[in-house]
Design a protein around this ligand. Structure first.
Ligand SMILES: Nc1ncnc2c1ncn2[C@@H]1O[C@H](COP(=O)(O)OP(=O)(O)O)[C@@H](O)[C@H]1O
Ligand SMILES: [Mg+2]
Length: 1042
């Protein structure tokens, strides 16, 4: 729902028709009755206290208002907060939110709503949230200690508060600073009818658990305490006990330590107890007034609690030390003075405690000095107050409100109109009441009421409130905004409402009569040194720190600045601060005096609208322009809406702005071009511009995004491509390197093989090829050596008959072994032979010859071998007779034996001796020893023998031999082999002829001219014992059986 569509009256009084007070009030009332408590005058928000919870707050509404611009939704405090916050965040302009209105008009509630809105929309995050929490939680603590129930407001702020919330460039809260103004400390000791002391006292007594109460030595019953109003201890709808818990919790959240909280509560309790210290008038009879403590117990308890000697405290309460340059004078205080001292102490302790709490909160929420920050100030200061009996407090409070009105006038009414003039915009002046003159009346440095009050306080001599009033009357006798009994009398006016000790100021919001009583005192705000010193001496860290001037060594006689001066200077600082910021106004209006919902007292509201200057405000607003901005920043902001000014503009700012607005073809009524600023009449136009800008920003953002994304993708792609190339080059390189390494290794291997092969080829002749042979040779030699050496050690016996011979260990030695065997054997034989004597040689020669002749031919030969050839079987040597037989034969008889001669004719045998000599064979008939036959060996042609074992043989003689004529001889000898061997040798020796010895079974034997054929038959074995039988078979045949 937009502002225009708002059905209940008009949402913006600028649209009010006719513009007069009556319709304005009617409009406000109509809206109020329809629960529309907020109304605009342009950008100023009017808030009428509903005195009831309306369903228009909370996250849902916050979310709604943050998404819309100011005029798009119903008037709301959130919309104002949103404008302020966005302007701070987006336009980098420090903001202040000025909340003004009477006490109970809803200022504090408004400030809380603003803060909660800002907290909800500004940045997020753990850090930010904790800052927000601290900022928000400062409220319950300050309200507990600084708010009280008054007749007008159950939760009236009894101090002024200005809070700077500090943000970073993103609009996230960093922290803040709280400044407090003039706590109404008189409330600590005295309250008006129907009012309460500060909330904390009731909260403490109601909410503290028994344990805490005991520790603080407090009683739960409020009626126990003199400083607490006995009539009102409860406020409807306010739960002191649970609020106490919230305060404790809030203090913890802000960062108060357990000890700090405890100490704060102790000091609070101390104030209550101080009120219960009853004083007694102890004036002495000599006229010296004095006072004392009525009941020591209370003082003792206090002393114990704060660690101070009770006597010391008593002394401080009941006496006063006056110090001059030379001496110290102690005077006793009378009863009233002592009571005053006690109350002053209580007020001072409490107000200092309050300041300490504010400073402690500031410590927690303060922002580092290095950070650049944007600031949003929220001012919730006590409202304009007109009480029955107005005193110094009301005076300064109203002064402050006067100053704030001044700010409003300066910044909205005056400044605006002057600006039009400056900028050369056609303008008809709107009249309004400028309260500068009232401000001057109060704050003027020489002739101001505050300055005069200070002067009066400092003046030596008798000083009293009445002397001050006299002075005022003198100075302001002609002042239009000052009245008193004296000035009235001078003008012959009669006014029964004006007391003698009063003066009246015509404030912008109404006339206020102030009672001058205790002005001096309150302005001096003196606390006797004795008291501050006593407090400083207390063994209570917090209390001690509250009274730094109590240090006895620091005895400066210089007066501290008066309360009025202090307030004036802090208001001046505040004003300076506010002027430096962009103001946002919330003007709170109280609809009735009874805190009643739905009640709208037109008279009451009329007064407020009048002094707030709402009508004038609407008039200026109507005639004027809703928005103005210097050309430079304006162009900078909206340049992007024009084709020619975006993205570059080289001309002047004003031309640029004209170009942009011209292109947008806005109606000329809506715009005015000043000398340095552009003026826009209606907010709608501005919102139109803003909306256009928002859309354009979206477009541009999309464009930037597009280009950026393109760029990012491109660079990303390029990076990837580069990386890919790099990777693949590395990979390829690596692969090639590996391949190369492999090839190289292979080449080296091949090379090595080839080289090896070549080298082996070259060197083969040197070692490899001959090795086997050499080895074989060596092995062969070594086994040969082994074999031979083994043989040497194992040679068989040298006996020639021993034919044994070790076998060859390897087959290859077979031949050699055989050879060796042969050699050995031959060697044995030779050795044997060499050892033979010549005679033995002869014998063996004969034997050899016999073997040559008969071996294998004749059966009797093997038997003959072992029998030595004896030769002489007849004993020829020793028988001379036989010797004779030999005749004249030369040489030895080779053989002498008995033989048988076979008669060739009949085959009969006869014995004969046979002698064989070198040349002859001699046959001698044994019986007829002379008859002998000599046969020359040369005539023996042939000998025949049988192959049998017999001794038969035949001597075949040559035909021509002389003997031969007789024919051949057929003989039988037992030693036929020996005989024939010797005969053979003899023939050989004698005639060099080899005698033919035939071995045959058939031979013929010649007789004279005839020949007989001899046939030898072998008889049965062993039958005859060598004896043979001859049988003549015919004449020509002889058969011999052997
Ligand atoms: N917007 C609001 N909604 C509901 N009640 C409100 C609102 N504003 C003020 N009130 C009521 O009015 C009372 C007084 O308001 P407060 O802000 O303390 O006044 P001020 O600070 O101007 O003296 C509050 O306690 C509350 O009950
Ligand atoms: Mg308030």
């Amino acid at each position: 729902m937009t502002l225009m569509e708002d059905s209940v009256g008009v949402g913006d009084l600028v649209l009010l028709e006719p513009l007069e007070e009556e319709p304005l009030l009617k409009n406000l009332q109509l809206r109020y009755e329809n629960k529309e408590i907020y109304t605009y005058i342009g950008n100023v928000l009017i808030s009428v206290n509903p005195y009831q919870q309306l369903p228009i707050y909370g996250p849902e509404f916050i979310a709604k208002y943050r998404d819309y611009t100011f005029y798009e939704l119903k008037p709301h405090i959130y919309a104002l907060a949103n404008v302020a916050y966005q302007s701070l965040r987006d336009r980098d302009r420090d903001q202040c939110i000025l909340i003004t209105g009477e006490s109970g008009a809803g200022k504090t509630e408004a400030s809380k709503l603003v803060m909660s809105y800002v907290a909800a929309v500004c940045g997020k995050g753990e850090q930010v949230n904790s800052v927000k929490e601290q900022l928000l939680q400062s409220n319950p603590v300050l309200e507990a200690f600084g708010n009280a129930k008054t007749i007008r407001n159950n939760n009236s702020s009894r101090f002024g508060k200005y809070m700077d919330i500090e943000f970073d460039f993103k609009g996230s809260p960093l922290g803040g600073v709280i400044t407090n103004y003039l706590l109404e400390k008189s409330r600590v000791v005295k309250q008006l009818e129907g009012e309460r002391n500060f909330h904390i006292f009731y909260q403490l007594l109601a909410g503290a658990d028994a344990h805490l109460l005991e520790a603080l030595k407090l009683e739960r019953d409020t009626s126990h305490y003199a400083y607490l109003n006995q009539k009102v201890s409860r406020v409807d709808g306010m739960d002191d006990a649970s609020n106490f818990k919230s305060v404790q919790n809030a203090m913890t959240v802000i960062g108060f330590s357990e000890t700090e909280i405890q100490q704060v509560l102790e000091v609070t309790a101390l104030v209550l107890k101080l009120g219960n210290v009853e004083l007694a008038d102890e004036s002495q009879t000599n006229g010296i007034s004095a006072s004392g403590i009525r009941d020591e117990r209370g003082v003792q308890e206090i002393g114990e609690m704060i660690g101070l000697n009770s006597e010391e405290l008593e002394k401080a309460l009941c006496s006063r030390t006056m110090k001059t340059a030379k001496e110290e004078v102690v005077t006793t205080l009378n009863f009233t003075q002592a009571q005053y001292a006690r109350d002053a102490l209580a007020k001072n302790i409490y107000s200092r405690l309050f300041n300490w709490i504010v400073n402690r909160i500031n410590e927690s929420i303060k922002v580092g000095s290095g950070e650049k920050k944007k600031v949003m100030g929220v001012l919730d200061i006590y409202g304009f107050e007109i009480l029955e009996d107005n005193s110094f407090e009301q005076f300064v409070i109203n002064y402050c409100n006067e100053k704030l009105q001044q700010v409003f006038i300066e910044m909205t009414l005056k400044e605006e109109q002057e600006e039009y003039k400056r900028e050369g915009i056609p303008w008809t002046k709107v009249d309004y009441f400028d309260n500068g003159i009232i401000c001057n009346l109060i704050e003027n440095n020489q002739q101001g009421i505050l300055a005069m009050l200070d002067e009066e306080c400092l003046r030596p001599g008798v000083v009293s409130d009445s002397t001050f009033l006299v002075k005022l009357n003198q100075v302001f006798s002609k002042h239009g905004y000052y009245e008193s009994k004296v000035t009235q009398n001078a003008q012959r006016q009669y006014d029964h409402t004006m007391g003698l000790s009063c003066f009246r100021i015509c404030h912008y919001a109404g006339k206020v009569t102030y009672n001058v009583n205790s002005f001096i005192d309150k302005n001096n705000d003196l606390l006797f040194r004795d008291l501050s010193q006593a407090m400083w001496k207390a063994q209570h860290p917090l209390l001690q720190s509250l009274f730094p001037e109590g240090v006895p060594t620091q005895t400066s006689l210089k007066r501290p600045p008066t309360a009025g001066a202090q307030f004036k200077s802090s208001v001046a600082i505040l004003m300076k601060n506010l002027y430096s910021k962009n103001p946002n106004y919330i003007r709170c209006i109280k609809p009735n005096e009874h805190q009643q919902r739905g009640q709208f007292s037109s008279e009451l509201v009329a007064v407020q609208t009048r002094y707030l200057g709402l009508l004038e405000n609407v008039r200026v607003r109507r005639a004027g322009y809703a928005y103005r901005q210097r050309y430079g920043p304006f162009l900078e902001r909206y340049r992007l809406l024009g084709r020619s000014t975006w993205p570059r503009w080289n001309g002047g700012d004003r031309e640029g702005v004209e170009k942009v607005l011209g292109e947008l073809s806005l109606s000329s009524e809506e715009l005015a071009f000043g000398k340095t600023k552009i003026f826009i009449r209606s907010p709608k136009t501005l919102f139109y511009l803003e909306e256009k800008r928002r859309l354009r920003l979206q477009q541009l953002a999309t464009l930037i995004q597009k280009i950026y994304r393109g760029w990012r993708c491109r660079t990303h792609y390029q990076l990837m491509r580069k990386s890919q190339i790099l990777i693949s080059s590395w990979f390829r390189g690596n692969m090639q390197k590996k391949r190369y390494a492999k090839i190289k290794a292979s080449v080296v291997l091949i090379q090595a093989f080839v080289r090896g092969w070549k080298a082996r080829k070259d060197y083969r002749k040197y070692f490899r090829s001959g090795a086997a042979l050499t080895l074989a040779d060596f092995i062969y030699k070594s086994i040969t050596q082994k074999f031979l050496l083994g043989l040497r050690n194992n040679l068989p016996s040298t006996n020639i008959l021993d034919r044994t011979w070790p076998a060859a260990p390897y087959r290859c030695f077979n031949t050699a072994n055989q050879e060796l065997q042969q050699l050995f054997y031959r060697w044995k034989c030779k050795r044997f032979r060499d050892r033979l004597s010549p005679k033995q040689v002869e014998i063996l020669k004969e034997k050899l010859c016999a073997s040559e002749l008969f071996k294998g031919k004749k059966a009797s030969y093997p038997q003959s071998v072992p029998i030595p050839f004896c030769g002489d079987y007849l004993g020829l040597q020793g028988n001379p007779k036989l010797q004779k037989l030999k005749g004249g034969e030369e040489g030895p008889v080779l053989m002498a034996d008995t033989v048988k001669k076979v008669n060739r004719g009949n085959g009969k045998t006869s014995s004969r001796i046979l002698l064989l000599t070198k040349g002859h064979v001699i046959l001698i008939d044994t019986k007829k020893s002379q008859a002998k036959t000599v046969i020359g060996l040369d005539s023996v042609a042939e000998v025949s023998v049988t192959s049998f074992k017999d001794g038969l043989f035949s001597l075949h003689l040559n035909e021509i031999s002389s003997v031969g004529s007789r024919g051949d001889f057929l003989l039988v000898s037992e030693h036929v082999i020996e005989l024939l061997t010797k005969m053979y040798q003899a023939v050989l020796d004698a005639t060099q002829r080899q005698l033919l010895i035939s071995v045959t079974e058939k031979f013929s034997v010649r007789f004279k001219e005839s020949s007989v054929a001899v046939k030898v038959i072998q008889g049965p074995e062993g039958d005859r014992n060598g004896k043979l039988k001859c049988k003549k078979k015919g004449s020509r045949c002889l058969e011999v059986t052997v």
